[in-house]
Structures are given as C-alpha cells and as structure tokens.
Design a protein around this ligand. Structure first.
Ligand SMILES: [Zn+2]
Length: 139
C-alpha cells in the first residue's frame, strides 16, 4: 500500500509517530560548544570538528520571536495570507524558522506562547497532502 501523503523534508520530525512517541522536531547539538541546530547540521560552524554533533528532540513549546504575514501564495502552494516567523525554544536555547497556524495570521505577536503541531502545509501534484511542522497558540 502506498502512502497518501509526503513530508515536506526528511529528517525534520518523526511522522507518523510510533505508539507512545512524542511529537518533536529533531535537531542536533554540538557537544563541544553546546549550540543546537535545526535543521540539523553535519558540522558545527563554531567548532569545525567532525563527530561532535548529537541528535536531540526539541521541546514542543516555544515563544514567538518574530512574525510576518505573507499576502501571496507561496511557490510551494501555501495559501495566502499565512504567517511565519521565528520561534525561540527556551528549553533548548535555539531559535527556529516556522509557519504559524491555529489563529488569524495577523494576530501572531512576539512573546506569544506557541506549541508544535504537524499538519498539511500544501498539496503535491498528485493532490496528496504535504506534511510540515507549524506552531499554534497555546490556549
Ligand atoms: Zn560547537
């Protein structure tokens, strides 16, 4: 049986989840300097040492650092208007790029608490969902 969806990019998050597995973005962290990266890097740009990066699961809760509303559909098929920006993950001391969902795109503000969700972001040429990660307000 073939699957009826695809993920936006391999290796960003586990999908679908195994029983008991928690939804999380997969980042990695340099054991040399402690810096975390998402998407994962193969080399720490600060240490330039191979083999010092270890995979980590990011905390699902974050705080919006910056938000922008886009008024034209994205080339990847995301319907406008939509909001995206940067989310700070306090627990992992990392700031990541993300789409926002779950509210009027114009209402996302810096300082707002959000949490990770995985849902369709657009469709591929076969009309199948492309699954991506987003952050939605914590209510
Ligand atoms: Zn490093």
């Amino acid at each position: 049986m073939s699957q009826s969806w695809e993920v936006i990019q391999e290796g960003l998050f586990h999908y679908p989840l195994d029983p008991g597995q928690k939804l999380a973005l997969i980042a990695n962290r340099c054991t040399g300097c402690g810096k975390a990266f998402f998407p994962r890097r193969s080399l720490c740009p600060h240490c330039f040492e191979e083999g010092v990066l270890e995979d980590i699961s990011l905390d699902h809760r974050g705080i919006i650092y910056a938000s922008t509303v886009v008024h034209i559909p994205s080339p990847a098929g995301i319907k406008a208007p939509y909001a995206y920006g940067y989310v700070q993950i306090p627990k992992n001391q990392i700031r990541i790029f993300a789409l926002f969902t779950g509210a009027d795109p114009f209402t996302f503000k810096p300082g707002q608490e959000v949490e990770l969700v995985v849902e369709p972001v657009s469709e591929n040429h076969q009309g199948q969902d492309i699954i991506g990660y987003k952050f939605k307000p914590i209510t």
